[in-house]
Design a protein around this ligand. Structure first.
Ligand code: FES
Ligand code: FES
Length: 159
């Protein structure tokens, strides 16, 4: 066991846990942060996608020992208080979700895409999102939502 500290959605958290405990377990079972979903547990479905220091990553294959002192953001920390992030708003506007299970991971992947590609082409979207699986097949609406989000973000850039 070791003591770990990191920043979770803007707040410093600490826990004692084995170095190799997957961060997804820590988020969901220790801190009750359940936006990141458990889909495959081996880094291939994208359901747990969150951000580490602003970059998309998969907490199911990230040992907690590797995030000491770093900034972890889940979908719970994406908006500001009651306010939705423009990508979340675009998801609602385009009615992107079906069952919803994969959608937190999809949104976090989309936010990362839009940070690096503010005006993504279809090819950019396919390349960035192809590893986020949706069993309900919402891919067409997700693509529309990303394009809408790009417009919203250009209209009111984030600080
Ligand atoms: S649960 Fe993390 S990638 Fe599938
Ligand atoms: S909305 Fe059901 S798995 Fe994607």
């Amino acid at each position: 066991m070791a003591l770990h500290h990191f920043l979770l959605n803007g707040q410093t958290v600490s826990l004692e846990a084995p170095e190799d405990m997957p961060l997804l377990w820590v988020l969901r079972d220790v801190f009750g942060v359940t936006g990141p979903k458990y889909g495959c547990g081996v880094g291939v479905c994208g359901a747990c996608t969150s951000h580490l220091n602003g970059h998309a990553f998969r907490p199911c294959i990230q040992p907690v020992g590797g995030v000491h002192g770093q900034r972890v953001t889940t979908i719970e920390g994406l908006g500001g208080g009651e306010a939705l992030h423009p990508v979340q708003q675009a998801w609602i506007d385009e009615d992107a979700a079906q069952c919803g299970f994969c959608q937190p991971g999809q949104i976090m992947a989309a936010v990362a895409l839009l940070q690096s590609h503010p005006q993504p082409t279809d090819a950019d979207i396919d390349a960035a999102m192809s590893d986020n699986v949706c069993r309900c097949g919402t891919y067409v609406r997700i693509r529309s939502a990303i394009k809408r989000a790009a417009l919203l973000l250009r209209a009111s850039p984030r600080p």
